[in-house]
Design a protein around this ligand. Structure first.
Ligand code: IVH
Length: 707
């Protein structure tokens, strides 16, 4: 078949139909976020189109969806002069800033006769996307050029890369003008960023510090094939040059005081066919441009601040990062009157959230010893205001993490604190690394007790081997035991624990229960009243639920839930202490590692001593009751065979939460044997011993549940 063969009309029509179908699915998927076709279906359309275009090259046009990744790698990006400058926004960091903005806007608009004396200004409030600004120019509806913001007048030509974004249409639909430059933000979803970094890591490539950085790095690739692999997305929020648009707003839809803008010089709104910013965004959307729907038309400063608060509350749930919200006067005529000061518009304002990332200097790296001896490197930072608080320390997790991030003492580092999470060091700004920045070396002995620090082969953490000999571990164990989910001892704070341990008054958990008011008032900031309150709290803590006590002991791998399951299964502290690994394995969710750890804990003489001392100090645990009450309290059941609907696990769980126990062997003490299909010797033994036998229905009835 000749490459010059001219395509027959039928093929031409078929190609057009395929392109339309593909664009339709792109639009549904990337712009409307509501995909209809499966990946396979989409791929099939694409393959058909590719085959036809290969057969009839004269049909290939730049805006064909097969041509997204067309261009060869560049040597460098060309410069592009923007038809209209790409400006930035003034920033507000406080409520006062926003009130002042609204006051300024109102006063200008009133003076211009565009606002009645008591009328609030109408604004559009939208997200401030945390990506990078791009202008995409369409000529006669076809994507002609895309450029970065650069210095606002001249940017970089990134057309070949922007063409690979499927959320950017190669061809506009509907009622497009002769020239339209859509401006907006290119960004990457947080989950996609994480995934991208995973890929980078497995390839041994450089990691990106945050989604913004990843979006920028992906867009500034000289090879568009690389950009095509990156899940970049685009949201339009503004415009540059517009030529030849037909007016869209019927006079009745125009705002009350709308006056057609006076085309003054190079105003951004010259050529805009709508009366308001909101209408412009609707128009963009009708042409197939992706716009974000989380915008709100509001009135006055109160409306702005409400939007800010609402978005601030929900922003952690968004798939992508935003660093604030943007307020824009809705009426374009009003925008015109307000105009620009310096590089920023007077009609718009960015209201920033407290930055979640800042840079500062890494002054040193200390290590902290945790409850289980885990050594955590902690960054000592030059104080920096981030995420709404001043941060001086941040976790560095572990040794490998420091290596991987390549942070060195002396580095300028990026510190992140999002929401309530612990501040962390994201990475260094390598370009700013001073000479002589030093690498971190894990100490070989514990800075608190001097014991050796060891790192097990398959573990990421290093540990102090001092155990409860180490004051740091002792303190952390006490703080853990006093916690809300453990013994819940109110008034035993970190500061007091420090003093009690440092003074030698308390060596183990049991010593805590021997404290008297007279002992306590000797300590700093301990009045008689707080001492009495603490002693009272200790009294209350003498009768914890057995699950809470087991959790409070701080056995490795025994979390709150496992502790509760152990309590229900064994019923008493003595029974847990005596249980062998096999017996432990029959507890819900207890595997070999956990069973071994529990056994090891109770085999340790020191731990048994502490427990006996606790008992001597009057500590007496109580069995907690499960949500189903105590229908089976104190009763032991044995399960055998296959039940019609319940799995063995489900049945066990139900019995435990009704206060019962499940055992593997039948004895005279067995309350019931629950037998299913193909029950074996246990059923025979039950019959021999005269133990009552139930089926699934019988068990459910016993538990007060219907089958
Ligand atoms: S409008 C003349 N709207 O913020 C106004 N900008 O500080 C031009 N940005 O460079 C910008 N979300 O990269 C506008 N909804 C939004 C925005 C937004 C993010 C960025 C944009 C711009 C910077 C201005």
């Amino acid at each position: 078949m000749s490459a010059l063969e001219k395509a027959p009309e039928t093929v031409r029509a078929q190609v057009l139909a395929l392109r339309q179908a593909i664009e339709h699915h792109n639009h549904l998927y990337y712009v409307l976020d509501a995909p209809q076709a499966s990946d396979a279906e989409y791929d099939r359309l694409m393959l058909q189109l590719q085959a036809l275009e290969a057969q009839y090259p004269d049909l290939v046009v730049p805006e064909s969806p097969t041509q997204r990744v067309g261009a060869a790698p560049l040597a460098a990006f060309e410069s592009v002069r923007h038809a209209r400058p790409m400006r930035s926004l003034g920033n507000a960091f406080s409520e006062e800033d926003v009130l002042a903005f609204d006051k300024r806007v109102s006063s200008v608009l009133r003076d211009a006769g565009l606002l009645r004396p008591d009328e609030p200004v109408e604004y559009v409030a939208e997200f401030k996307f945390d990506g990078l600004a791009i202008g995409v120019r369409y000529e006669h509806g076809v994507l002609a050029q895309a450029a970065t913001r650069g210095d606002g007048r001249v940017g970089e030509n990134v057309t070949a890369n922007i063409r690979t974004l499927r959320s950017v249409p190669l061809k506009l639909r509907g009622d497009y003008p002769a020239v339209l430059e859509v401006r907006g933000e290119v960004l990457i979803n947080r989950a996609d960023f994480e995934h991208l970094n995973e890929v980078q890591r497995t390839h041994g490539d450089k990691l990106f510090v945050n989604p913004r950085n990843a979006a920028a790095g992906s867009l500034r690739q000289l090879d568009p094939r690389v950009t095509a692999q990156r899940p970049l997305r685009f949201f339009g929020y503004g415009w540059g040059e517009i030529i030849g648009a037909r007016s869209r707003a019927a006079p009745s839809e125009q705002p009350d005081l709308f006056k057609p803008p006076v085309p003054a010089g190079d105003s951004d709104n010259v050529g805009a066919p709508c009366a308001t910013h909101a209408q412009m965004l609707d128009w963009f959307e009708s042409m197939g441009v992706a716009v974000n729907h989380n915008r709100r038309i509001v009135k006055g400063a109160a409306g702005l601040l409400e939007f800010y608060a609402d978005v601030g509350r929900d922003r952690a749930q968004l798939p992508f990062g935003i660093d604030g919200v943007v307020y824009k006067v809705n009426s374009l005529a009003a925008q015109e009157v307000l105009g620009y000061v310096a590089r920023a518009p007077r009609f718009a304002l960015a209201h920033k959230f407290p930055a979640q990332e800042e840079t500062t200097i890494l002054v040193g790296i200390d290590v902290q010893v945790g409850r289980t001896g885990a050594i955590t490197p902690v960054a000592r930072l030059k104080p920096v205001f981030v995420g709404g608080v001043t941060v001086t320390n941040a976790t560095l997790h572990n040794e490998d993490e420091i290596r991987r991030k390549d942070v060195r003492v002396g580095d300028t580092v990026i510190v992140r604190r999002a929401g309530d999470v612990i501040p962390e060091v994201v990475g260094p700004v390598v370009e700013l690394r001073p000479e002589g920045a030093t690498l971190f070396v894990m100490p070989t002995s514990c800075p608190v007790c001097g014991s050796a620090i060891r790192r097990l082969e398959d573990e990421a953490v290093s540990r102090c081997t001092g155990g409860l000999f180490c004051a740091a571990q002792r303190k952390q164990s006490l703080i853990h035991a006093a916690g809300r989910k453990a013994l819940d001892i109110e008034g035993l704070g970190e500061k007091l624990v420090d003093q009690l341990v440092d003074s030698g008054r308390i060596k183990s958990l049991a010593d805590l229960f021997l404290l008297r008011v007279e002992d306590l008032i000797l300590y700093d900031r301990m009045g008689r009243k707080s001492a009495e309150n603490l002693v009272q709290a200790l009294d209350k803590a003498r009768h914890p639920g057995l699950g809470r006590l087991l959790f409070a002991l701080g056995i490795r791998h025994v979390g709150e839930t496992t502790a509760r399951d152990l309590a229900r299964h064994f019923g008493s502290l003595g029974a847990v202490m005596e249980a062998d690994e096999e017996a432990l394995l029959s507890v819900n969710d207890v595997g070999p590692v956990v069973a071994h750890s529990i056994r090891q804990f109770f085999d340790e003489a020191h731990n048994r001593d502490v427990i006996h001392a606790l008992e001597a100090a009057g500590l007496k645990p109580e069995l907690e009751s499960g949500p189903e009450g105590q229908a089976l309290a104190g009763k032991t059941l044995v399960l055998t065979g296959t039940m019609p609907t319940l799995t063995r696990d489900e049945a066990t769980r139900m019995i435990l939460s009704a206060g019962g126990k499940v055992s593997g062997s039948v004895s005279k003490k067995t309350a019931y044997v629950v037998a299913g299909e193909e029950a074996g010797s246990k059923l025979t033994k039950a019959r021999d011993l005269g133990v009552p036998v139930l089926d699934e229905e019988g068990l459910l009835a016993l538990l007060g549940r219907q089958g």
